[in-house]
Write a protein that binds this ligand. Structure first.
Ligand SMILES: C[S@@+](CC[C@H](N)C(=O)[O-])C[C@H]1O[C@@H](n2cnc3c(N)ncnc32)[C@H](O)[C@@H]1O
Length: 298
């Protein structure tokens, strides 16, 4: 399998064509993955342009095949973008691309624990050097913490029931594998209903393992500091919790529970959210929940 092309990048044209305002500028691909967006950005840049790419997953960095003088790649969490820029003697950038969530390289890897399709150790760490995995979440989080995870990140109305089932199970035996987790629940109804339940359950745990919501909020704040005036940020998200945060920040300058700006740092480039076309969804069903928002630093 050619891993370089294995992850099909989503909304490439839409996210890049409105991002590049200066072809000689410095750009960031905060979520390199399989490199699809990085390749597209490099195609648009002139000789003097620079692209800094990051991914917190070592495997994504190791699989990089881009060899280009204008390209630098780092194994890091995008929350540390300012440190990376400092190390490269860069103060401000012309554009940032963020394609949130996980790649096909991660979800289709039977050893990473991101999917209920494979029986394996409950891991779900995007960064393999982190010490907090899905096993820690399921076996060590308090009742209140588990409820928060399932209610807020899984948007489950019956979060209390799910929490109680997990607590009951772990009293008898540690929850170690994806099939230990799946077998706690008996979901009545269609295959579609079952699939939806488990993808939300797995997603909520993954969000907690990788601290995705806090990292996103902090990164959005940071982006308003490192973008040049007129510089742009394209963010692709895959669930409503993230999209809500992005929308409120771009529209109202509000990062929930954090800082409210007195003057707005961004203006939206498009009033409406951009979604994949029917053709893209047919070609790449994993793009179906994608939402793209693009904003410009004022
Ligand atoms: C949807 S994929 C990106 C796919 C990529 N745009 C492409 O064209 O192949 C998301 C990637 O972002 C990485 N990622 C997610 N959160 C991150 C974070 N906070 N810091 C760095 N990388 C992150 C994941 O490890 C994953 O490889």
């Amino acid at each position: 399998m050619n891993f370089h092309y294995y992850h099909k990048p989503v909304l490439v044209k839409e996210s890049i064509e409105n991002l590049i305002t200066d072809q000689n500028g410095i750009y960031i691909d905060a979520t390199f993955g399989g490199g699809g967006h990085s390749n597209a950005i490099l195609k648009k840049l002139n000789k003097k342009g620079i692209l800094i790419a990051l991914d917190q997953d070592k495997e994504s960095i190791e699989r990089n095949t881009i060899q280009d003088k204008r390209f630098r790649i780092f194994h890091n969490n995008f929350i540390h973008i300012r440190d990376i820029l400092n190390q490269n003697c860069i103060e401000k950038v012309s554009g940032i691309l963020v394609d949130l969530g996980i790649s096909s390289l991660q979800i289709d890897n039977p050893k990473r624990g991101f999917s209920n399709r494979f029986n394996c150790i409950l891991d779900m760490r995007m960064n393999q050097e982190s010490f907090y995995s899905a096993q820690n979440v399921l076996n060590e989080c308090s009742k209140k913490e588990l409820f928060h995870i399932f209610y807020e990140y899984g948007e489950f109305k019956n979060a209390r029931k799910i929490t109680d089932k997990i607590l009951k199970k772990r009293l008898k035996k540690n929850i170690k594998t994806t099939s230990d987790l799946v077998h706690i629940f008996f979901i009545k109804g269609s295959f579609k209903k079952r699939k939806r339940f488990f993808s939300r359950l797995f997603q909520s745990i993954r969000i907690e393992v990788n601290n995705e919501i806090n990292v996103l909020k902090n990164f959005l704040l940071e982006s308003s500091r490192i973008l040049l005036p007129g510089g742009r940020i394209s963010v692709i998200s895959y669930h409503s919790i993230e999209d809500r945060i992005i929308k409120y920040f771009f529209k109202k300058g509000i990062i929930i529970n954090k800082i409210n700006f007195k003057t707005l740092p961004f203006r939206m480039i498009h009033k409406k959210v951009i979604k994949p076309s029917f053709k893209e969804i047919i070609n790449n069903p994993r793009s179906r929940s994608a939402k793209l928002r693009i904003a410009e630093k004022i």
